[in-house]
Ligand binder design. Structure first.
Ligand SMILES: C[S@@+](CC[C@H](N)C(=O)[O-])C[C@H]1O[C@@H](n2cnc3c(N)ncnc32)[C@H](O)[C@@H]1O
Length: 381
């Protein structure tokens, strides 16, 4: 997907200094510059990030915010290691929705499994840059009160309007308490996979939440890890849904990636990492220059006014001499496609009415390329 330039820099330049001040006020770090001190990060943050990474990768069902002897540093580790990357992922989805013409007012917004409210932080980042409408009332749901408190204080620092926290176990009552109102946006960022539901049960719970708690033009945004297992579960869940899929799939046609048991489909965006994340990457031999993730944006009706026959590039684009090659997701399934190299082609690009020639295993995409949203033609090579 094409991420707006100002968003690529936002978390490094604007969000990280605010986060440092917040962590200092909350007593989670001793001084503002602690988040850039290798010694502090190596001792107080890295061990907890390693523990969290193991929990997330093994998809253990254990509630983890009370684990270990230093829960303060566990929360700090999440705030430094995961909050900004997850917020960036969410922000890129809101920016994409906006460029595709989605401009509904966000009167009420909810994050389910909110933790420190990374998904809503992403919406606030996008609205701060005028890439998405600003939310008016925010609600957070999580089973862990201490994280709700932390998330609400963080959001209050960013945003001086009403924030409501509800401690609730999503597995006990169809994700939201029945008396909850309707929302213009419900976000589940990295929380669906923690519920360990079957794809059928996730679909049923999400359908219920959409019917009871989403406004007619509202959106339900799900962001999940880009791992093959969690992404395939998300795609299988999608196949059981009656709700309309707005993104990343261009409609509800059967998923081409599900046909091959080894295949899956995910997004991958790049950003300027905040300095603290860069130092943590060095200490942990990680690389968060790119942020992979899987996502779905659902709604009660097909809200995006797109032309017919819209397709999306769902792989990296590999340069092959004067051509480039990639997989295109079409209503008939995935097709391996070659076309003349064009620097605008990238994972996530959306193309309307592509002129495809040849069979599905080896297809030629002929010019002109109709990008959605329309873009200036690339400079001639
Ligand atoms: C990995 S964190 C994600 C936090 C945040 N949304 C983000 O994107 O960074 C998952 C959150 O879901 C919450 N959670 C897990 N199972 C839950 C359940 N059954 N009911 C409510 N919250 C739950 C956890 O307490 C945790 O705060």
């Amino acid at each position: 997907m094409r991420v707006p330039e100002q968003l690529i820099h936002f978390f490094q330049q604007q969000c990280e200094p605010q986060l440092a001040e917040f962590l200092c006020t909350e007593g989670l770090i001793p001084t503002l510059d602690a988040i850039h001190q290798e010694r502090f990060l190596a001792r107080s943050v890295v061990p907890h990030l390693e523990r969290l990474a193991t929990i997330f990768h093994t998809q253990s069902q254990e509630a983890y915010w009370h684990l270990g002897s230093n829960q303060k540093n566990l929360r700090l580790a999440y705030m430094l290691g995961f909050l900004m990357p997850n917020a960036m992922r969410a922000a890129s989805i809101f920016a994409e929705l906006s460029t595709l013409g989605y401009q509904q007012p966000m009167l009420k917004v909810l994050e389910l499994g909110a933790g420190p409210a990374s998904g809503i932080t992403g919406m606030l980042a996008a609205s701060n840059l005028h890439l998405f409408p600003s939310p008016q009332h925010i609600a957070l749901i999580d089973q862990e009160q201490s994280m709700l408190n932390l998330g609400a204080s963080w959001l209050r620092r960013l945003y001086q309007k009403s924030i409501r926290c509800v401690k609730h176990d999503m597995l006990k009552e169809n994700f939201l308490p029945e008396k909850a109102p309707r929302f213009d946006c419900i976000i589940m960022s990295y929380s669906l996979n923690e519920l360990a539901l079957t794809p059928e049960n996730s679909a049923r719970m999400i359908e219920t939440a959409i019917k009871r708690h989403l406004t007619p033009k509202g959106i339900f945004v799900i962001i999940e890890p880009a791992l093959r297992s969690s992404t395939r579960r998300l795609l299988e869940m999608r196949s059981h849904l009656k709700a309309h899929v707005l993104l990343p799939c261009m409609g509800n046609h059967p998923c081409g990636a599900l046909r091959d048991p080894d295949d899956w489909c995910h997004e991958d965006i790049s950003w300027w990492r905040p300095e603290s994340r860069r130092i943590l990457d060095e200490l942990m031999h990680h690389d968060h220059k790119n942020l992979p993730f899987s996502y779905l944006v659902l709604a009660q009706s097909p809200l995006l006014a797109l032309p017919q026959k819209v397709t999306r590039i769902v792989s990296n684009c590999q340069k092959k001499a004067r051509d480039c090659e990639f997989y295109l997701c079409t209503p008939e399934g995935k097709r391996r496609v070659r076309t003349r190299f064009d620097e605008r082609l990238e994972r996530g690009s959306i193309l309307a009415s592509p002129h495809l020639r040849g069979d599905p295993a080896s297809t030629r995409l002929e010019p002109p390329l109709n990008f959605i949203p329309s873009e200036k033609p690339a400079e001639t090579q």
